[in-house]
Write a protein that binds this ligand. Structure first.
Ligand code: ADP
Ligand code: MG
Length: 263
């Protein structure tokens, strides 16, 4: 087990968390989270429902504020900016700028329903990155080819299968050329026969060196692709290690019981 407890955040990493805490009212959902993802690595987070996995990802993407500790994502502090040794709260425009570098793929796809596939892909590059429509469209088309959907460029999301929609969502994240992509149970809403096509796209991204944080129940994927696996339960990181160690030989009772149930 790697110990990242000591020391400060490492802003050279894609993600670096020290002592991160988050509560909703009286419910403490993240308790003293220490977590690092170097660039180029795939880090999978596993754990039972309600353990705080989504909340942690949402904190990484500035969708939730942390209540304590330090969190750096893509080289920027979440929530604060440092200037002259002082911390200033980020303004919405600063958050939007930082967030543009962080891709996010949700369980429920979250495509814009009133836009075609290619319109979904170019919306942010044109709107946020100020790319020309031509440039954004060319790149979008290359990404659709990459995820095997070049013939769906003018389709509306509702006409696509769940697996196709999720591949569009991944292409849409890639269209912003993010520093890292956060995946929150990207295959949990899919019919079993559609899971493989999405995992295959994710495996290809991983092999190309994309930095990825993946909350998933797909143990096979974690085993094959992850550089590091984190097991969360009850708002704490219970165990962390390379997949061969953690999944094959969990040390704690909680992890043993979790893996024996889902393997
Ligand atoms: P996981 O993704 O591991 O299933 P979540 O991060 O979604 O866990 O949730 C962790 C805990 O925080 C749960 O008890 C959940 O009910 C609670 N929670 C999540 N979001 C909110 C919210 N916006 N308001 C109140 N409680 C929340
Ligand atoms: Mg969740």
């Amino acid at each position: 087990m790697r110990d990242s407890r000591s020391g400060q955040i490492n802003p050279q990493n894609a993600v670096s968390a020290r002592g991160v805490r988050k509560s909703f009212g009286h419910l403490e959902v993240l308790k003293d989270i220490n977590f690092d993802v170097p660039y180029g690595q795939v880090s999978c987070i596993l754990g039972p429902s309600g353990s705080g996995k989504s909340t942690f990802l949402r904190c990484m993407n500035h969708l939730e504020r942390i209540d304590g500790g330090h969190l750096s994502v893509g080289g920027s502090l979440v929530g604060y900016r440092e200037r002259n040794n002082k911390l200033y709260e980020l303004r919405p425009r600063e958050i939007a700028k930082i967030r543009a570098d962080i891709g996010m793929v949700f369980q429920s796809f979250n495509l814009f329903p009133h836009m075609t596939v290619v319109e979904n892909l170019i919306e942010a590059p044109v709107g946020v990155r100020k790319q020309s429509k031509r440039e954004a469209t060319d790149y979008a088309e290359s990404l659709l080819k990459k995820v095997g959907l070049e013939n769906k460029r003018n389709a509306y999301p509702r006409t696509l299968s769940g697996g196709q929609q999720q591949r569009v969502a991944i292409a849409r994240a890639l269209a912003m050329q993010p520093k890292l992509i956060l995946f929150d149970e990207p295959t949990s809403a899919l019919d079993p026969e559609l899971v493989g096509e999405v995992l295959n796209v994710m495996k290809e991204l991983a092999s190309e060196g994309m930095t990825m944080v993946v909350v998933t129940h797909e143990i096979g994927f974690a085993r094959e692709v992850a550089d590091m696996v984190t097991f969360m339960d009850g708002g704490v990181i219970v165990e962390q290690g390379p997949p061969d160690e953690l999944i094959a030989r969990p040390q704690t009772l909680r992890a043993k019981s979790f893996f024996s149930r889902i393997l």
